[in-house]
Ligand binder design. Structure first.
Ligand code: ADP
Length: 162
């Protein structure tokens, strides 16, 4: 079982093995946490992302961390929330699960996640927290996972579920 802890902060400053990026299917730098990661990692990240030819929703792909303290970046494309009947819960679970798989494949021991899909993609925070926490806790691997909540509301929502 993966071990899970919660902090409030900026994921670009996480100095562990891997950080997860809430990217988009094109893997072209966007806003939110994706924009922050691209700015902090430097322009080489964009070049590396282009070579991956996108990432379907729920899947996860890896690049180096470039100028970040973290060694690698695991890019996953979260579902855009519509009304919950378009497989959003399953796709969000896939994001966490596939990101954790990439972490294990890349011999990571410490990995940080942002709250995938709950920003620009509009996934209801309480529902997303339940999925994030249960998926990480049930994942069979010896991993230290840190949820990095950027804002106070996200921190409180995760705290409640954890
Ligand atoms: P999505 O498009 O998947 O919804 P967003 O980047 O819009 O992704 O938002 C996902 C979460 O990441 C939100 O809770 C947002 O506040 C948070 N976030 C934004 N910048 C950072 C950062 N530097 N570190 C950690 N989380 C961040």
């Amino acid at each position: 079982m993966a071990d899970l802890k919660l902090i409030q902060g900026d994921i670009t400053q996480f100095s562990g093995d891997a950080i997860v990026n809430a990217a988009n299917t094109g893997l072209v730098g966007g806003g939110g946490v994706d924009g922050a990661i691209h700015r902090a990692a430097g322009p080489e990240l964009d070049i590396a992302c282009r070579k991956l030819h996108g990432c379907p929703t729920g899947e996860a792909k890896v690049t180096p961390g470039f100028n970040l303290p973290a060694h690698i970046i695991i890019h996953t494309a979260g579902p855009i929330w519509r009304d919950g009947s378009f497989e959003e819960p399953k796709l969000l679970r896939n994001c966490y699960e596939n990101s954790l798989k990439r972490a294990v494949e890349n011999h990571c021991q410490t990995v940080a996640f942002p709250s995938i899909s709950t920003g620009i993609y509009g996934y209801p925070l309480d529902k997303a927290c339940e999925i994030a926490v249960s998926t990480i806790r049930h994942f069979e691997a010896t991993l230290q996972v840190t949820m990095v909540a950027f804002d106070e509301g996200t921190y409180r929502a995760f705290e409640k579920v954890m």
